[in-house]
Design a protein around this ligand. Structure first.
Ligand code: ZN
Length: 655
């Protein structure tokens, strides 16, 4: 493991202990082999003058909910040392009392709650204390004979603490065990099945001890695990089954999930292990992984329905055997091993699926290494249960949970580079859906945010482009629920006797046939969607045609008929199909100020009059249309299908 310490950078913080603490916390957090997503914690002990000029010993300890990688000085809670030390000496202390009294002992009431390990940090008699869940160290301790291996690696240079539930009990145990010892003899402290502490009055030394101790464990693993067995039987991808699996998991969870599908070599190799069921279901690498990933993943080959039922039954059994009055969390899995095909993780958002996937990456590497060191051996279900249902851990998750109208749903919007399509893409995204925008315009690619918004350049008149876009969507997010078939072109105004063959064909190809092709390729996946829904962007020209727009209006009329038939055909699969007839939406690319002015003049109106030339005398924007689309694919319209809805400010030709 490489030290990220930079003398020049560190020089800037040498006169400020808290800033130095921020610096070394961040370089610890920057290495995912040390800590992941809120794991680990750090502290620094300082003396500060209070309002009355009295000196106070304080522990600045990482606040709950902060990540070491991105922590700031505001992320550390200042707690009075004497209170923490007195707490360590108590026989008993409930979580509630611990939290209340630690908060009461803070010198800044707006600081975050101190880490659950604050008392432990306080009793370690050094200025800087660093704590991680280093993969290599927990990998070694999670094997048969792990404790002996730790002694073999470190000799007498570290304190070794048997597993104890984190929080007050752990702090108290260590407080008792270390009374009267000479801490300066030790470079660190290994907590079996949990992690590693290092400490020193010098920030650099404490950090570098961490790196050094972890490196020793990494070297031990490297030289003792032998060569890797080659794996066989990699199957290809099966996207339709993937969508089906997402649907059953979403149903089990009661809300749509985003699936992160890992088909990388490590994931597929792991899934192809002949004993993967046993290796993967021992338990997590370090207890706090249970909060995100549950104790074990689901493992299946073909029959995911049976595997899911079995998983949920096992979870209910685990809960009923170990609970003492808590409320059971949803029993559906957070991740699943798909034999010979890879690994799936399930999140209520793309972000959650990615976090679960990160933990999974580190877990499967450790499981494999531990197997080759003599067998992976995790903590007992009881130990894991205590952490899973620990109120202080559940509190962390509650902070981040919010649910939007389209949370976890997967939507494709065609013609999404600008205008109504772009506004719709953004609206569905802000309503909680992961969104994929398709457009022939290359700027579409710029819409991608690397997480839950994807822009794909796609020629919707080409079967191969459509198929690739739909497959990319399913591969990236696990399925497809919502389609907004919006792509279109406005063709030049020509009388029927003047329309060129090319113009006619182009309008029909794009405004009609491309939608039929798109529906054709999307339907198999939509049938496996969660609350699946389709909105077709037609035109006011359908109910109220005008002179000189035959190529456009005929294509849109055909599109409307296609949508009505789709509503008939797809209803039995729970898919509703509705149509929108927008009119006079002028904030789109076609309507430059010059064009607007010309058209207004043509009708003898000012631009303002022209824009609001409808019954409500109101202007219709892309955003107005997008808001209506979002409603139409959501719960409000879930009992409605085959409907044609104008959004035009009211037209006396339609009313
Ligand atoms: Zn820990």
């Amino acid at each position: 493991m490489v030290s990220l310490w930079d003398d020049k950078e560190a020089e800037r913080f040498k006169n400020n202990d808290l800033e130095m603490r921020v610096y070394t916390s961040r370089i610890l957090g920057a290495n995912s082999d040390l800590v992941l997503h809120g794991g680990g914690n750090t502290s620094v002990k300082v003396t500060e003058k209070n309002l009355f000029g009295e000196e106070e010993d304080l522990l600045y300890v990482k606040g709950s909910g902060w990540d070491l990688a991105t922590i700031e000085s505001a992320g550390f809670a200042p707690v009075k040392m004497d209170t923490l030390i007195k707490m360590a000496d108590l026989k008993e202390l409930s979580d509630v009392d611990m939290v209340i009294n630690q908060r009461a002992a803070m010198t800044n009431p707006s600081a975050p709650n101190p880490s659950v390990e604050a008392i432990l940090h306080a009793i370690i008699p050094f200025k800087f204390v660093d704590h991680t869940h280093a993969d290599a160290v927990v990998t070694v301790t999670n094997t048969a004979g792990g404790e002996e291996k730790i002694k073999e690696i470190y000799g007498d240079t570290v304190l070794v603490i048997p597993y104890v539930m984190p929080g007050f009990i752990l702090a108290r145990t260590i407080y008792e065990m270390t009374k009267g010892i000479d801490w300066s003899k030790y470079e660190g402290m290994v907590l079996l099945n949990h992690g590693l502490f290092t400490f020193n009055d010098d920030a650099k030394k404490s950090y570098e001890n961490m790196i050094e101790l972890v490196t020793k464990a990494e070297n031990y693993i490297e030289s003792n695990m032998g060569t890797e067995k080659p794996y066989v039987d990699h199957l290809g991808e099966d996207l339709l089954s993937l969508a089906k699996i997402r649907k059953v998991i979403s149903t089990a969870k009661g809300s749509a999930v985003i699936v992160n599908y890992d088909q990388g070599n490590d994931a597929v190799n792991f899934s192809a292990l002949s004993n993967v069921q046993k290796v993967a279901t021992q338990g997590p690498l370090t207890p706090d992984h249970v909060i995100r990933n549950k104790r074990v993943p689901m493992v299946f080959e073909r029959d995911y329905n049976a595997a899911l039922e079995n998983y949920q039954n096992e979870y209910k059994k685990y809960f009923s055997e170990l609970n003492s009055g808590e409320t059971m969390l949803n029993p559906a899995p957070k991740w699943a091993i798909w034999k010979n095909r890879g690994i799936l993780t399930f999140g209520t958002s793309a972000k959650e699926a990615a976090i679960i996937s990160d933990i999974k990456d580190h877990s499967i590497k450790a499981f494999s290494q531990a197997e080759r060191l003599g067998g992976y051996k995790a903590l007992s279900p009881k130990d894991i249960f205590e952490v899973e249902y620990w109120s202080l851990e559940q509190a962390k998750l509650k902070k981040s949970g919010s649910s939007l109208a389209l949370q976890g749903q997967v939507a494709i919007v065609t013609g999404a580079a600008s205008g109504i399509g772009r506004a719709t893409l953004d609206k569905l995204h802000s309503d909680g859906a992961v969104v994929v925008g398709l457009d022939i315009n290359p700027v579409m690619a710029d819409a991608s945010n690397g997480r839950d918004k994807l822009g794909l350049v796609c020629d919707l008149t080409k079967d191969s482009d459509i198929q690739a876009a739909i497959e990319t969507t399913v591969r990236t997010f696990g399925g497809l629920d919502i389609i907004v078939s919006n792509a279109g072109i406005f063709t030049a105004s020509e009388g029927i006797d003047k329309i060129s063959n090319d113009l006619w064909k182009r309008s029909l190809d794009i405004n009609l046939t491309s939608h039929q092709k798109f529906l054709k390729f999307a339907t198999p996946f939509l049938k496996e969607g969660v609350k699946p829904s389709v909105v077709i962007m037609a035109s006011k020209n359908v109910p109220a045609p005008g002179k000189g727009a035959a190529a456009y209006s005929v294509a849109k009329a055909g599109l409307t008929q296609l949508a009505r038939i789709a509503a008939l055909e797809l209803g039995e699969f729970g898919i509703n199909v509705n149509m929108l007839h927008p009119h006079a939406v002028f904030d789109t690319g076609i309507w430059t100020p010059e064009v607007l002015e010309k058209r207004a003049k043509h009708y003898g109106m000012s631009v303002e009059e022209y824009k609001t030339n409808n019954i409500l005398k109101t202007e219709i924007t892309s955003k107005n249309v997008a808001n209506l689309v979002s409603a139409m694919v959501g719960d409000i319209f879930s009992k409605t299908t085959g409907v044609q809805l104008p959004i035009d400010g009211g037209s006396d030709r339609i009313i």
